[in-house]
Structures are given as C-alpha cells and as structure tokens.
Design a protein around this ligand. Structure first.
Ligand SMILES: [Mg+2]
Length: 357
C-alpha cells in the first residue's frame, strides 16, 4: 500500500479535527478500515492511505449493509423456521422458538455466506473452491463464522457434500443451500462459471447452479442501479414468465426448494420499498423463514443501506461481522477501482474513530 503523508501528517492533534466518512487509515504501520457507525472509539496517531484499486466508500457501505441485511433477515426468521404461514406474526427480533436461540442469532445461511466472503477476501476476490470447502467445513465442524461457535442447523445436501467433498447432483439436491451463501460473489467480477463452481461445492445440479447465476446478476443490477432498478428486468433475469408484482401471496411457495426461495425472495423485494417491510414479509411467508429472509435481506440491505435496517443493533456477533467486512473491503479489488481522494475528508471537530483489524 502507498501511504500519503503530504496532506495530513502523523499528528494526533490533526486527527482531532478530521473525521472520515469511511476509509483506510494507517495506524502504526497497520492498515485499518475506518467505519463510522460501528467502529470502536480510539485515538491513535494515524495517516490517511490513498490506494487505487480498492473498495470505494460507497462499495464498502453497500457490502456492509448487504452482510448485515442478510444476517438480520436470517436472525428474524430463525425462531419461526418450519412454521406454517398464518400461524404466527413476526414483527421484530425475538429469541427462542424453533431453534431455541437467543434473539439476534443468525444460522447456517449467514455463517456459510461469511465463509464465502472470507475466502474471497483471502484470495484477492478470486474463487478458490478448495478454500471455500475448507471454510465451510470449519463452520460445520468447529462453529467458525457463528456468534457462539455452535452449529444448530445444517441441510442434508450440504452435510453430505461437506463429508464427501462432492456436491449433490440429484434432482432432490436442489434445496436452497447454495443460494443462501452466494451473495458475496456479487462484489467481485467473477464469471458465471465461477458462480456455478461455488454453488457446486454443495449443490451441483443445474437448477441450483443456474439460479445462483441469475441471483448474482440481479444483485449486480441492484448494486449499480440502486432503488431505481427495473422490477420488470429483475423478473426477466430470474426467468419468471410473469411480473412478480402481479402475483398474489397465495401463489408464492416458501419452502426449501431453491427456485421457490428465489421467487419468494424476489416477490418480497419487488412488492416492498424498504428493508423492514421486505424482510418481515419474507419471514411471515412461513416455511423456510430464515433462508427466505436471509436471501432477500442481503439484496434489500445493499439496496436500502444500513440506515434502512432497524435491527442492526439487535444482532449478535457483530464484532465478527465487522472484522470480516473490513477484511473483505481491504482485500477485494472493488467494484469501481479508484484512488482515495483527500476531498472525502471533512472537518468536523470530533475525535477520529477507527476499526482496527
Ligand atoms: Mg438457516
């Protein structure tokens, strides 16, 4: 990394006057990513790092909101998994229920998504399926990527694939187990074949791999177009014959079949205009509540941002999330590589805050 010291010296008193929206800083020779919302408050001698080819502030914000969006959707749905539609009403973050977990606990969906993200970070944004498999196994065996170090839910196809090293190819191996962990690929420039290979680690049937490709295309459209995205285009990419806006709720299946999960998630997305309504709708569809809400929660997160998510503070394991997001932000090539500009700094007369990784 190149360290720019011409504009702001390594002077603690200067740090008192400057607040970054978000960005990289150098603290005593260590690179750290600054995030104003979740960073631990600290005072250190620091330097601004200007580095081409990394995430922009906007990219970081969207990755942050997508990861939290999925984790919160997952945690909202965990207490209601397998419950039938209409037998409950989810209105916020609660604990216990189906898996008897404390409120704010994410499940396998988010743990495996974090493993995907971590692998991409450690491989400079490139797909390394051996490394991903190793990280998925570390989750299943040792509870990596979880708030408590425990695994309380794992799908049959995933379990078998992690044990044998071969993804399921049977038509019955089309649960939503690869869709629920695929989102981080949208933050890289990986190819359709890469996406298929990542799905195939556990879910190698064409239906699963094809849906993962479509899902990442949709996520990339949302990343580029934001809330002005075309709902018709999203439905077309999903290969849905009719516009989901005109489907009735009773037509939406919300079980564990990967196609149902994508359709129910997109139905929630295109029929709402904010994060809260979107994920509550997903949970209240019943069935595979945590996965439907996790899948659409990631999309809604990147679309509506951290500010749209009312439950980030109620999530458990946020230190782990912050560490992995910052690690990814430093190591991924970025969506729109560019240099950091000094103009991103503004004077605010507050103490600078940093996330140290
Ligand atoms: Mg789950």
């Amino acid at each position: 990394m190149t360290v720019d010291t011409s504009d702001y010296d390594n002077d603690p008193s200067a740090a008192q006057d400057i607040v970054l929206d978000a960005g990289w800083v150098d603290i005593e020779g260590r690179a750290a990513f600054f995030c104003p919302k979740h960073a631990a408050v600290a005072q250190f001698p620091w330097k601004l790092i200007r580095e081409a080819g990394h995430f922009s502030i906007a990219d970081f914000a969207r990755l942050h909101a997508a990861v939290y969006g999925q984790a919160v959707g997952d945690a909202l749905g965990v207490p209601y998994e397998f419950q039938r539609r209409g037998t409950f009403a989810c209105t916020g973050m609660v604990g216990h229920g189906t898996h008897n977990q404390p409120a704010g606990t994410w499940s396998d969906d988010t743990a495996m998504m974090l493993a995907t993200l971590d692998s991409l970070a450690e491989n400079g944004g490139r797909v390394n399926t051996d490394d991903m498999l190793a990280k998925y196994r570390a989750w299943a065996k040792s509870g990596e990527y979880t708030p408590d170090g425990t695994v309380f839910d794992i799908g049959n196809t995933t379990s078998h694939a992690l044990a044998t090293g071969r993804g399921g190819t049977d038509e019955y191996d089309n649960g939503n187990g690869s869709l629920m962990r695929i989102l981080p690929l949208a933050f890289t420039d990986c190819s359709d074949d890469d996406i298929r290979r990542v799905s195939a680690i556990t879910h190698a049937h064409r239906i699963s791999t094809d849906i993962c490709v479509r899902f990442i295309r949709i996520a990339r459209i949302l990343l580029h177009e934001g809330t002005a995205y075309s709902r018709t285009e999203v439905c077309k990419i999903a290969n849905i014959p009719e516009d989901l806006r005109f489907c009735e709720r009773r037509q939406i299946q919300s079980g564990g079949f990967v196609l149902d999960t994508m359709l129910s998630a997109l139905w929630c997305l295109v029929n709402t205009d904010n994060y809260r309504d979107c994920v509550l709708e997903a949970v209240n569809l019943g069935g595979d509540t945590d996965t439907t809400a996790a899948v659409v929660g990631g999309l809604a997160g990147l679309l509506y941002g951290d500010a749209g998510n009312p439950w980030e503070e109620e999530l458990r394991g946020t230190e782990l999330l912050e560490t992995l997001i910052a690690k990814a932000a430093i190591n991924l090539p970025g969506l729109h590589p560019r240099s950091w500009e000094v103009e991103t700094l503004r004077k605010a007369g507050k103490t600078a805050r940093y996330a140290i990784i």
